[in-house]
Design a protein around this ligand. Structure first.
Ligand SMILES: NC(=O)C1=CN([C@@H]2O[C@H](COP(=O)(O)OP(=O)(O)OC[C@H]3O[C@@H](n4cnc5c(N)ncnc54)[C@H](O)[C@@H]3O)[C@@H](O)[C@H]2O)C=CC1
Ligand SMILES: O=CC(=O)O
Length: 218
């Protein structure tokens, strides 16, 4: 059994090397990226990671109950770009009863959820943005300070695309000032180096880009 952890910036090189060495048998699996996007979303909304640290630190007995999380069903989620991963995320979100809209370059006739031609509309109308976009010149910092301002104080962002889809510096300011509610990140602008500020915040869940590969029996 293999367990492989990679950062997105190093991903393709590692993958090629591993395939060459026959250490792994298949390529990144997009449905499992969507699984972990949902995992991050639930973790953040139900405060699983920070709650875990609260109990471990002995704070439950010392300072009392931990702040409540959010009910999933009925929350509004905007998917930023409906590619392979975005579509898999959408399928999974439906099962939890999220109210879904999506942003893509083109409306998908087969998708019955509300379409937003730009990224601001889902930000205005959503509690959470799930960012599943390819990183290109056009999408670099697609989640900028204007989008975060539209998302507002209650808003949350999950990013499983690439770090530079979000203006990380602005995002940290928004988080520190309480101008957005929180983020769940599997990717960073300069991973595996992550900015220091989030490490002291409990409204951010950080993962070491372990999204695209899992265990399997050889
Ligand atoms: N966190 C992880 O472990 C993984 C992250 N990824 C990242 O997720 C991204 C999305 O993956 P998929 O859904 O499979 O890709 P995809 O190609 O199916 O979808 C990409 C989406 O980005 C949009 N897009 C592409 N170029 C654009 C442009 N110039 N302007 C505006 N929108 C544009 C497309 O319209 C599409 O909706 C990948 O590009 C990769 O960076 C992929 C696999 C694993
Ligand atoms: O981050 C991983 C990828 O497949 O891209």
């Amino acid at each position: 059994m293999h367990f492989i952890r990679v950062s997105s910036n190093m991903f393709m090189n590692w993958l090629k090397q591993l395939i060459k060495q026959k250490s792994i048998a298949k390529q990144a699996d997009l449905p499992i990226v969507a699984d972990l996007a949902i995992g991050l979303l639930i973790d953040f909304l139900r405060r699983i990671s920070p709650g875990n640290w609260y109990v471990r630190a002995g704070l439950w007995a010392k300072t009392g109950d931990y702040p409540l999380g959010f009910k999933l069903g009925g929350m509004q989620v905007g998917i930023v770009r409906l590619g392979n991963i975005g579509s898999e995320v959408l399928n999974r979100l439906q099962a939890f009863g999220f109210i879904i809209s999506y942003n893509s370059r083109r409306k998908r006739p087969s998708v019955l959820f509300p379409y937003c031609a730009n990224v601001y509309d889902p930000a205005v109308n959503s509690d959470v943005l799930v960012v599943c976009c390819a990183l290109t010149e056009q999408t670099h910092h697609i989640i900028n300070k204007d989008v975060m301002a539209e998302l507002g104080k209650g808003g949350m962002i999950i990013n499983v695309g690439r770090g530079a889809l979000i203006d990380e510096k602005e995002m940290l300011q928004f988080l520190v000032q309480g101008d957005i509610n929180g983020v769940g990140l599997d990717v960073f602008e300069n991973d595996p180096n992550v900015p220091k500020e989030p490490l002291r915040l409990d409204n951010i869940v950080l993962l070491p880009c372990q999204n695209a590969l899992t265990h399997w029996e050889s």
